[in-house]
Design a protein around this ligand. Structure first.
Ligand code: PLP
Length: 470
């Protein structure tokens, strides 16, 4: 078959090949079978171009990851140079390669000082699986075979493998897949707008959530609870910034019952909140941390799972009895991915992109709120740094959600897309998470596209009798 360069002419062929052979992640199988894919051809800066030559402002940075922007030759060149020199070597049996040695040292330097060793995988999901396995291993070495249960939050997104999918708290990741497996528990989402009992302040809500956590720990028995996992700001479940005082209330309870605290920094890490890590933003010193996405800005698959010195010490001391650490992937510490990460971190540092996010985030957040918070179809605008969401509601006064079957956010998302901007529908929310190189003018474009699309959606829903302003 001839090499396919996607053009309008061969689009039909490409679409039907994709429909015939490709099971897409997080895609309606029925809709893909009926409508086919959208084929992306190239990207530059904040923009991607599709098969029709249409350019889109990617206000979602791919999947919360294209932080330094598309088309960075410096990263491509670093990957090519490494691929030419040593495209691959494994890291089993103490084998090592220079880029991953240098990257490990750099990551331990820039992450919170509580962390001292890093393990490399490929995805956020496997990064969390690695931490879960290390936590179980650690408690076995400590002679605490019962201390294995892990607590996460409802609507958390920690990945999709059997363990990380169990850790996630999203019904569509569980239903039909026989997840969660046992050992995983979920407590209330720290979402003030939806979950706080009437009349509570944010601080009171945080205390209430801490009480809930403690009662779950006491109910299950503290000697059965190993760890608590949290995204500093929850992302793929709908973007939830914890209420004031949340982590200050939660962390002492974990310490009281000798429960490890794991920060999932797959979205927040590497600058998205305007600090290097979400843990810095919330002044956390986690015992374990996962990162992926922003580590390479999506240029190559790579994840990191970091552990504290006390955990390392237990593993080290257990080594003679346990034998070699029985975990690792063929592509752990892949030299090409590590070279991509090093070049990506160079760019973030040299261009001061974390400071740039800190400077532009208030502009993004304020414009979204000024333009959309009072909209009759919008219940809440929330977010911090370069991550935000608008929740579309059936009744603004009563905060009544839309029936998810109506696909209201999907409808609005398509209208935003038609205006040349990519955001992300998540249940009843529209989320944005732009590349760090977005300009103020582009922020305005995103906000206008959202406003016009939400207006149009409101008019349509009203005309169809599905919704009326409250
Ligand atoms: C916070 C968080 N953790 C873990 C993951 C899983 O990462 P991956 O899709 O690379 O497995 C994601 C993905 O969106 C995420 O947002």
């Amino acid at each position: 078959m001839a090499h396919l360069v996607p053009t309008v002419e061969n689009l039909a062929e490409l679409s039907s090949l994709d429909q015939a052979h490709h099971l897409h992640p997080f895609t309606s199988i029925a809709a893909h079978a009926a409508d086919g894919p959208m084929v992306m051809i190239e990207g530059k800066g904040t923009h991607v171009t599709d098969h029709r030559g249409r350019s889109y402002l990617d206000a979602f940075a791919g999947l919360w990851c294209m932080n330094v922007g598309y088309g960075r030759e410096e990263i491509a060149d670093a990957m090519a140079a490494q691929a030419k020199k040593l495209p691959y070597y494994h890291s089993f049996l103490a084998m090592a390669n220079e880029p991953s040695i240098r990257l490990a040292e750099r990551l331990v330097q820039i992450t919170p000082k509580s962390l001292s060793k890093v393990f490399f995988g490929l995805t956020g999901s496997d990064g969390n699986d690695t931490l879960i396995k290390i936590i179980w291993y650690y408690n076995n070495l400590l002679g605490r075979p019962k201390k294995k249960k892990i607590i996460a939050r409802k609507l958390a997104y920690h990945g999709v493998t059997v363990a990380s999918g169990s850790l996630s708290g999203l019904p569509n990741l569980h239903g039909g897949f026989d997840l969660p497996v046992d050992r995983f528990l979920h407590v209330t989402t720290p979402h003030y707008y939806r979950q706080a009992p009437a009349g509570m302040t944010e601080r009171e809500f945080s205390a209430h959530l801490a009480q809930e956590l403690e009662s779950v720990i006491l109910r299950e028995g503290p000697d059965t609870i190993a760890a608590f996992f949290a995204e500093p700001v929850m992302g793929a479940g709908g973007v939830y910034v914890p209420p004031e005082g949340y982590f200050e209330a939660i962390v002492p309870i974990l310490r009281r019952y000798d429960i490890l605290f794991a920060a999932d920094e797959v979205i927040c890490g590497f600058g998205r909140l305007g600090r290097w890590f979400g843990s810095d933003y919330f002044h956390l010193e986690p015992d374990l941390m996962t990162g992926a996405k922003g580590l390479t800005s999506g240029y190559a698959p790579l994840s990191m799972s970091l552990i504290s010195q006390p955990i390392w010490k237990v593993l080290h001391e257990g080594s003679p009895t346990m034998g070699p650490f029985g975990h690792g992937f063929t592509y752990s510490a892949h030299p090409v991915s590590a070279a991509a990460a090093m070049a990506n971190l160079d760019i973030i540092e040299r261009e001061k992109l974390v400071d740039r996010v800190a400077r532009l985030a208030p502009i993004l957040q304020t414009k979204l709120r000024e333009t959309l918070a009072d909209h009759p179809l919008v219940g809440e605008v929330r977010g911090v740094g370069f991550v935000a969401a608008m929740e579309l509601v059936a009744d603004k006064k009563a905060k009544a959600p839309f029936d998810l079957k109506l696909g209201v956010a999907m409808r609005a998302y398509k209208k935003v897309l038609a205006r040349g901007v990519i955001v992300r529908p998540i249940m009843n929310n529209l989320a944005v998470s732009p590349p760090f190189v977005i300009t103020e003018q582009e922020i305005d474009e995103v906000v206008s596209a959202l406003k016009e699309s939400i207006d149009e959606t409101a008019r349509e829903l009203a005309a169809e009798g599905i919704w009326k302003p409250s």
